[in-house]
Design a protein around this ligand. Structure first.
Ligand code: FAD
Length: 395
């Protein structure tokens, strides 16, 4: 195939959510955020100004149908298991697939395969998440449990209130997602792809066959296309007959230059629901879920919550996120209500394939998604794909 990438922004630029994410290649992240009983916790999270979830009231009427479906998708353990089993097929090989891509793109140092860590204040706190870990175990995820002494030995900079760790050896991480995306774009060009700096607006389809991608600067003739525009994909999908309920789960990061203490292994703190990870010398904390749509301005207080929590984990960080050493960033997780991406043909034509909606695991799931999209575009159903990912499930 002769490939054209239609992308309005610079390769690896900060407009894309993949630029500022937490760099986890978490093949074990098979649990959608809405667990059974999550609805009971939602009022408490919303009432807590420092909590991990926020909804802008002005956006609530629009988001409500999506939110209700989102909570319903994790209503029972059986539903949760079905989602987890499907996600596992997408994510299982992610660390090695990314490692291979990084080697091909000449940036092997950006992808590491040395495990990921979840830290808890106690074993009891870990056990309060037992359901999620039970479901993970059934998909084949294995882990090591570290007691306080083991955690201290491996993470000497971490505040001692964390007394229990779960180490997932199979998982990997990316040291700089923005640089990784830029390197992949360079690699695509050197392999013959061309890039058009434009925003795709819709498609020209005649007699069920794709003829062109439409942009404000004119048409790009083609006979196959994949829609992978993150949280901005829903309008493009609708123009080829596939209505996908897509919401932005907005998230934030803070990043400190010149930090002297931090994690040895990229880690998620269960109490703050944030990930702390070094990004080529900068200490980054990513997290928060804010439901406010694509256009509302950033609420930097959400990033400051992350920063305040990071300071309780590691010493010697500047007193406020206002410091010149601290950067803040907002991104849009493209999320479907059932926690699974849409990967598969559009309703109006098999020539257009949808490949978006990865929510919290879009970096991890991107390598396998690319393979599946390519197979669909060459007219073959991928052998390990299941209908759980079909865009038609929302029809
Ligand atoms: C704080 C935070 C932390 C996260 N941590 C992780 C993590 O550790 N691991 C993980 O796997 N995931 C993580 N995620 C989720 C992950 O970043 C997303 O799932 C992923 O970026 C989605 O990828 P995407 O390519 O679909 O969308 P994006 O990364 O948003 O990229 C979309 C691209 O489409 C382009 N585009 C938009 N509109 C158009 C158009 N009309 N025409 C052409 N191009 C267009 C954009 O310019 C952009 O380049 C995190 C997200 C956040 C917010």
């Amino acid at each position: 195939m002769r490939v054209t990438v239609v992308e309005p922004e610079a390769d690896g630029g900060e407009h894309a959510t993949s630029y500022g994410n937490s760099g986890w290649l978490s093949s074990h992240s098979v649990i959608p955020p809405a667990l059974p009983g999550a609805w009971r916790k939602v009022p408490g999270w919303l009432a807590d100004p420092r909590g991990p979830l926020a909804v802008r009231w002005r956006h609530l009427p629009r988001a409500m149908p999506w939110l209700l479906r989102y909570l319903a998708s994790g209503w029972t353990e059986e539903r949760l298991q079905r989602t987890a089993d499907a996600l596992r097929t997408l994510l299982r090989d992610a660390p090695s697939l990314h490692r291979q891509l990084a080697i091909e793109a000449n940036v092997p140092h950006l992808i590491e395969q040395r495990g990921l860590l979840h830290v808890y204040r106690s074993r009891a706190e870990f056990e309060s998440e037992a359901l999620g870990w039970r479901v993970r175990a059934r998909t084949g995820v294995q882990w090591e449990e570290w007691d306080a002494a083991a955690l201290r030995a491996r993470e000497p900079d971490l505040n001692p209130r964390y007394a229990f760790g779960i180490f997932v050896a199979e998982a990997g991480s990316c040291r700089d997602p923005g640089a990784y995306v830029a390197a992949l774009a360079r690699h695509a060009r050197s392999s013959g792809a061309s890039v058009v700096r434009a925003r795709a607006e819709s498609f020209r389809v005649e007699d069920g066959r794709l003829r062109a991608v439409l942009t404000p600067d004119g048409e790009i003739p083609c006979d196959a296309a994949a829609i992978c525009a993150g949280a901005r994909s829903a309008g493009l999908a609708a123009s080829v007959g596939s209505a996908v309920p897509l919401e932005s789960e907005r998230g934030y990061h803070v990043q400190v230059r010149g930090a002297t203490r931090g994690p040895r292994t990229p880690m998620m703190a269960a109490d703050g629901k944030l990930i702390a990870h070094w990004m080529d010398g900068r200490l980054r904390a990513g997290g928060q879920v804010e439901i406010a749509g694509l256009r509302a301005p950033a609420d930097w207080r959400r990033a400051d919550i992350l920063y305040a929590h990071l300071r309780t984990m590691f010493d010697d960080l500047p007193a406020t996120a206002e410091s010149g050493r601290v950067e803040r960033w907002l991104g849009h997780r493209p999320s479907t209500p059932d926690g699974l991406p849409c990967i598969g043909p559009a309703a109006a034509t098999p020539d257009v394939v949808l490949a978006f909606g990865h929510g919290h695991v879009g970096l991890t799931g991107s390598a396998r998604t690319g393979q599946w999209a390519a197979r669909w575009l060459s007219g073959t159903q991928p052998s390990d794909w299941t209908s759980s990912f079909s865009p038609a499930r929302f029809a």
